[in-house]
Structures are given as C-alpha cells and as structure tokens.
Ligand binder design. Structure first.
Ligand code: NI
Length: 176
C-alpha cells in the first residue's frame, strides 16, 4: 500500500472522462488500496482514480474520512440511475486545496456499479452520501466541482487559483 500524489486542477487527467474497467485484476486491487490510503492520509471523504492520475472508472468514499473502520465503499464503473430532489451545501475537493464553495446536488440518488469482486452493486444514497457520490462521479466524467458553481463563483475561484499559482501557493501541476 502506498499514498499516491494527488493531482491538482487544472491537470488534464481531471478534465477527461475515465474508462470503464473490463476486468478486476490484482493491479486494480492495489490501486484501490492506494486510493483508500491516499484518501485517509489527507483526510478526505472521497477520491476518484483520475485524482491519482489513473484513467479508470473507479472511486472510493468513506464518509467518516477514516475515523471509523469498515466504512470504505468502493465503486467500480459506477453510475447514477436516478437522481431526485436538491440540496445546497459547501463542498471541497482534494484537487482544489483550500477551496470550499456552495454546490447544488441531488438530495437522493440510486447508484449502480460493480464491487472489487466484480459483483453488481446497487443502492440508494441520501444527503451527504449522495453529494459525495455525485462529486466523485463527476470526476470520473472529467467534470470538477468548478463546473457546478455559479458562473460568478467560478470566475472568482479561477481568479483566486491563478493568484495562488503565481505566488507558488498552489500545488505543482505535473505534465499530463
Ligand atoms: Ni473532488
């Protein structure tokens, strides 16, 4: 197991859709272990594979951010099959350190995918869990929470990131 470097916006790997996993291999199990360790090291409540520069459709969520054992959820090839309601709340992202903004998300989602044994999973999520699923699924589609902000907020955040990059206060973005 190893903590992997998290790529920061605007690394291109964050802006392109990931690819579906066709076979669960030991290498993918290692990737998932590393993703969980990386998420817990921050700590964060969710991580998408492209945030550690891997272009496969895999995400992990732990709403306790590692505080409680056995709370890690692994999603391979996840998708939302139904979304209802609406919630507003502050959201952050490990690829946007220090940026927290209001983002509207569905209140409830039904999701589907497969687990690390290749078995189908399906379930319902509500509230913060639904928010986390939508945020990470967006990553896997090449969408960051920047695109879910109002145009005004987005401009302000982009300006802030540009300023931080000029001042060397933003993580180095490695070549994609
Ligand atoms: Ni994120």
């Amino acid at each position: 197991m190893a903590v992997r470097p998290i790529v920061a916006y605007p690394h291109p790997v964050l802006l392109e859709p990931t690819r579906e996993v066709t076979e669960i291999t030991d290498e993918i199990r290692t990737l998932v272990q590393d993703m969980v360790e990386t998420m817990h090291a921050e700590p964060g409540v969710g991580l998408a594979a492209n945030q550690v520069a891997d272009r496969r459709r895999i995400m992990v969520i732990d709403l306790t951010a590692g505080e409680e054992p056995g709370q890690v959820k692994v999603f391979v090839n996840p998708r939302v099959v139904e979304a209802t309601g609406k919630q507003d709340g502050e959201e952050g992202c490990l690829s946007f350190p220090g940026i927290y903004e209001n983002v509207s998300r569905p209140l409830r989602v039904r999701y589907a995918g497969i687990d690390l044994d290749g078995r189908p999973i399906e379930g319902e999520a509500e509230g913060f869990f639904a928010r986390a699923i939508c945020h990470e699924l967006d990553h896997l589609d090449g969408i960051t929470f920047l695109q879910r902000m109002s145009p005004l907020k987005r401009r302000l955040v982009l300006r802030r990131i540009e300023r931080m990059r000029r001042n060397g206060e933003w993580p180095e973005v490695a070549a994609g």
